[in-house]
Design a protein around this ligand. Structure first.
Ligand code: ARG
Length: 301
């Protein structure tokens, strides 16, 4: 395996092809309950939340080399730290979220005006459709993996697929603890995915198994620590702490695994991936990962 400065530079260059959006947790708190993780009596330790968020920010922008853009948080919008739910980016088009719950619907204008001010073309779905951005729609190569039921509507994710002319694999979510797709599935750079089978209906599981025979099945214990809510940037996977089974499986497949403590954000039902929105990602293919170790075969499809 190549090591040393040369490898570090290659790694940084790869990361720099990815631009992400984060929002500092100035106003982050648990002030309402819109998923089973949230309990307003279980208050956030603000100092600790800052420490955890900063560690993630420095890891992504430092060693991993992603370009991190920041959006200024708004008082009274405690969940806007979870930028993944702002919407979905496709080139210069921003497909804006329209949140299920009024508590988060108040973020919509904030996100839309931020993207407008940056010159993006902002697209809104018809008002009767609920859509929560990258929380429920994740690019897996040319495919869009979608989750629906608790937050996004099936019709919404399918509409986004038509808009982007991409095939959508729509998966019904069955467990309210895994209310967004990014809490129970995560596309990897080699074309495979991580997923927690217990979060999906039988039909959803069958669709995944058929499409991703090589997927990593996340054990329940680690799924509950948000192992699926990982940030994948090329060969780097940033994973919630204490997920050793998934961590070693990823390492065996040639990934560099970085653990981060996100315990304060778990109180709101969020992990590392929820804190990140992908603004731009240049395709990193398995053969470009160049980890010195063979990656397992890509999915057959
Ligand atoms: N409290 C937030 C909510 O319930 C957490 C969002 C987490 N974001 C995510 N992409 N899963 O909406």
């Amino acid at each position: 395996m190549k090591t040393g400065l040369f490898e570090e530079i290659r790694t940084a260059l790869r990361g720099s092809e990815t631009r992400i959006l984060m929002c500092p947790p100035y106003h982050f708190d648990v002030r309402y309950e819109i998923n089973p993780w949230m309990d307003t009596r279980n208050r956030v330790d603000r100092k600790e939340a800052w420490k955890q968020w900063k560690a993630l920010y420095h890891l992504l922008g430092g060693e991993i080399g992603a370009k991190v853009e920041l959006v200024v948080p708004v008082a009274g919008l405690p969940d806007c730290v979870f930028t993944a739910n702002a919407g979905l980016l496709a080139g210069d088009t921003f497909i804006a979220s329209s949140f299920r719950y009024p508590e988060r619907a108040r973020e919509e204008l904030h996100w839309q005006s931020w993207f407008e001010s940056k010159g993006y073309r902002v697209v809104r779905l018809p008002p009767d459709l609920r859509f929560e951005g990258e929380g429920d729609l994740l690019a897996a190569g040319d495919l869009l993996l979608a989750g629906y039921t608790f937050r996004s509507d099936r019709e919404a994710v399918e509409r986004v697929g038509r808009l982007l002319r991409k095939e959508v694999l729509a998966l019904e979510l069955a467990d309210p603890w895994f209310y967004h797709l990014d809490t129970c599935a995560c596309p990897l750079a080699d074309g495979s995915i991580l997923y927690y089978p217990g979060a999906f209906t039988e039909e959803g599981r069958a669709l995944i198994e058929d499409r991703f025979p090589d997927a990593i099945k996340v054990p329940e214990e680690e799924a509950r620590r948000f192992a699926c809510n990982s940030v994948v940037i090329g060969r780097h996977v940033v994973i919630s702490a204490d997920c050793p089974v998934v961590g070693s499986e990823l390492r065996a497949r040639g990934y560099k695994v970085h653990e981060v403590d996100v315990s304060e954000f778990l109180k709101a039902g969020g992990g590392p991936k929820c804190l990140v929105l992908i603004l731009e990602r240049k395709g990193v293919r398995a053969e470009q990962l160049d980890t010195g170790r063979p990656l397992r075969a890509m999915r057959a499809a």
